[in-house]
Ligand binder design. Structure first.
Ligand SMILES: Cc1ncc(COP(=O)(O)O)c(C=O)c1O
Length: 398
């Protein structure tokens, strides 16, 4: 019944899916049947996880689990409301205060996800008569935020400061305000934005600077404070956005900035005003994660030791790892079919990685995106490297 109705009304979807299937563009869901640890169970098979953003291994950390359970016992399973009505519990405020302290900013606003932080905040920061200038490889949530805004947009070439400068030279006088947005660490390539140069340009043109540090938090800087701390730019970046869904092992997004900016966002951003707030165990686990990263430096040391080792070995095997400078290491293959085949062969060898293709990356730049975490060690990475070598040779990729 359902099938017949769907097929007649949604023929365009059937066609689109067929076309995607032919071009190897369909996402097949992999089902985890255990926590997202270095060793986990996916689709019924024990595998070595090499594609999670759980950089510090906190997703299944005992301390986060305990904090979440304690919060359920104290506050219950849900908040029952949106933040401005009756959904702000003390745990939400504690989380915002701790994050502001960690990022060394005056204030912080927490959103349901990083995606909603971007898609909800960007349209409120600018208006008609303003200009947004964005890196061409910025995350999709930034792209959606720009689309939702009434401002004009210009895209500068990836990390190309002269391209950014040229746009501002040509256009800045025509607009009331200018908002420059960049990812800190680019999610599909693992390269780092040239933030010191971008800051200088922002200062020259009096532009507002917005940095998405989803992959810099917990990875770059002192105790993982992120890209602003990494480049010693504290006090010179207007708006820092980040997520709790990666290094902090939970879910949620935030913006850290001045009191004024955060108060404004809390009064303007629709996903803040109009969506239910985080369940208490989520807020509590996020809070615990920020406390841990401020105390435990060994997690970062392990993450970076693993990162350096894995990258070095991949390059010596002959893989193209692009421009990556962080634990996100793409293995660039190009076409979709061999990329998918490599992921499939690796899975058979017990290595869990996902093929990444358009629209997440440009056409012709398909890749396996690997991510090492603090939970790996040399022995587990060697298992992965041996499998990569064996499977890639079989497919004549190296
Ligand atoms: C650069 C970047 N920004 C934002 C997000 C969205 O974060 P979240 O998972 O919290 O929605 C992601 C996650 O994919 C990301 O990679």
């Amino acid at each position: 019944m359902e099938g017949a109705r769907t097929n007649s009304k949604f023929q365009y979807m059937v066609k689109a899916l067929e076309e995607m299937e032919q071009n190897y563009l369909i996402w097949e869901e992999n089902i985890l049947e255990a926590p997202a640890d270095a060793w986990t169970v996916v689709n019924g098979k024990k595998v070595l996880m090499l594609c999670s953003n759980n950089y510090l291994g906190l997703a299944n950390d005992e301390r986060l689990r305990r904090a979440a359970i304690k919060a359920i016992e104290k506050y219950g399973a849900g908040s029952g409301s949106v933040r401005p009505i009756a959904g702000t519990m003390k745990i939400h405020i504690e989380l915002e205060e701790e994050m502001a302290k960690y990022k060394r900013r005056e204030a912080c606003v927490v959103f349901q996800t990083g995606f909603t932080a971007n898609a909800g905040s960007i349209p409120q920061l600018v208006d008609q008569g303003d200009l947004i200038v964005s890196d061409e490889l910025n995350h999709g949530s930034i792209i959606d935020g720009i689309r939702l805004s009434r401002a004009e947009k210009r895209i500068y070439k990836h990390k190309d400061v002269s391209s950014l400068d040229k746009i501002l030279q040509d256009e800045s006088r025509k607009y009331n305000k200018i908002l420059i947005i960049t990812d800190g660490v680019f999610s599909m390539d693992g390269d780092i934005a040239p933030l010191p140069d971008i800051v200088k340009i922002c200062e020259e043109y009096n532009a507002i600077l917005y940095v998405d540090d989803a992959h810099g938090d917990g990875v770059l800087g002192e105790n993982g404070r992120g890209i602003v701390n990494h480049f010693k730019l504290e006090g010179r970046v207007d708006i820092e956005m980040g997520t709790f869904s990666k290094a902090f092992g939970c879910v949620g997004g935030y913006i850290a900035s001045s009191e004024i900016v955060c108060k404004y966002l809390k009064n303007k951003v629709r996903p803040y005003l109009l969506t239910g707030s985080h369940p208490p165990p989520v807020a509590a686990a996020c809070l615990e994660a920020i406390k841990i990263v401020q105390q435990d430096e060994s997690l970062f040391e392990k993450l970076w030791e693993n990162t350096r080792y894995f990258k070095k070995e991949l390059v010596s095997l002959g893989f193209d790892i692009g421009e990556s400078q962080t634990p996100i290491t793409p293995i660039i293959i190009g076409e979709n079919k061999p990329t998918k085949e490599l992921a499939k062969l690796l899975f058979e060898e017990g290595i869990f990685v996902t093929p990444i293709f358009y629209p997440m990356v440009p056409k012709g730049r398909s890749r396996i995106r690997t991510i090492v975490t603090a939970q790996h060690d040399k022995q587990t990475l060697d298992i992965a490297l041996n499998a990569f070598e064996k499977c890639a040779r079989k497919l004549k990729i190296i």
